[in-house]
Design a protein around this ligand. Structure first.
Ligand SMILES: Nc1ncnc2c1ncn2[C@@H]1O[C@H](COP(=O)(O)OP(=O)(O)OP(=O)(O)O)[C@@H](O)[C@H]1O
Length: 264
């Protein structure tokens, strides 16, 4: 379970660009919840994920992950519990290392380093099996440098690496936004499978309302650092894109700042 209690974050405090990115935000996410996160540009979605991952310290509030108060934990310490995939396929992998070297590093997440860079035979076997599951032929390219892969192949590898050691929390920050539509669909399907197989507690930011509605068991909408809509279960299943837009107008009484939210 992830608990955020009264989280506050202001950027550029006291300056002309001061912005309240998280405003008394409280949220409880149950084990195995797959939460999709939507909202207009600057709503605070990435800041929410960053707060969980420990990218900055909160001005107020606390964050508890499975009973551990991680509020004061630095990012590297939280990385033992949390996996994160970004929009940019270049983040999250090392381009000059081979696929198997990248996977060997991912397999040691949360453990002490110092085992040496070598890839053991039984690791290689496992990496090969994990990659074969995603059907892109990467299992035949274990010795290839990651820099040679396409954006989609690299994002698929990042998803596999992020979940090679089961994380307590998986954070997906618009992780398909930079991909072409066909590849984006493949990565989304892979995401759905991995989350379901491992029963992962996950948050996924998307600007696509249809994705937000069809994936996950819960949906939150953010605006100005607050959660303005939180629906789950049957209520979420019954919602359509039109309902979601209507909810947004009802709650906010203003036009969506981001036209891409309409392209569902
Ligand atoms: N490191 C930072 N320094 C200064 N301001 C920041 C920083 N990070 C975020 N902000 C500001 O906080 C607000 C929330 O930003 P955030 O990136 O969380 O929004 P978002 O909902 O993810 O938006 P988008 O959909 O455009 O990515 C914005 O006004 C943004 O400019």
């Amino acid at each position: 379970m992830i608990e955020l209690q009264g989280c506050m974050k202001d950027f550029n405090q006291g300056g002309v660009n001061e912005v309240r990115a998280l405003d008394q935000l409280s949220l409880t996410i149950d084990d195995g919840d797959f939460v999709t996160v939507i909202g207009s540009n600057g709503a605070g979605k990435s800041t929410l994920l960053n707060a969980i991952a420990g990218g900055f310290s909160l001005d107020a509030g606390r964050i508890v992950i499975n009973g551990r108060d991680v509020t004061r934990w630095p990012e590297y310490r939280r990385a033992a519990l949390i996996a994160r995939v970004f929009q940019d396929p270049l983040l999250g992998t090392c381009p000059s290392a081979t696929i198997e070297q990248n996977m060997a590093l991912a397999a040691r997440r949360g453990q002490r380093r110092g085992l040496g860079p070598g890839v053991r035979i039984r690791d290689r076997q496992r990496f090969s099996e994990e990659l074969a599951r995603i059907g892109l032929g990467l299992e035949k390219r274990l010795q290839d440098r990651v820099g040679l892969l396409s954006g989609g192949q690299r994002q698929a590898l990042t998803m596999v690496m992020a979940t090679l050691v089961r994380p307590e929390v998986l954070l997906l920050d618009e992780h398909i936004a930079a991909l072409d539509p066909k590849t984006a669909r493949q990565i989304l399907e892979l995401t759905r499978e991995i989350i379901a197989d491992q029963g992962l507690t996950s948050l996924m930011i998307t600007h696509n309302m249809r994705h937000a509605l069809t994936l996950g068991n819960r949906l939150i909408m953010m605006h100005q650092g607050r959660i303005i809509l939180d629906v789950g279960g049957e209520e979420k299943r019954r919602l359509g894109v039109e309902d979601l837009l209507e909810q947004f107008y009802l709650i906010q009484g203003e036009a969506l700042a981001n036209d891409s939210m309409l392209l569902a």
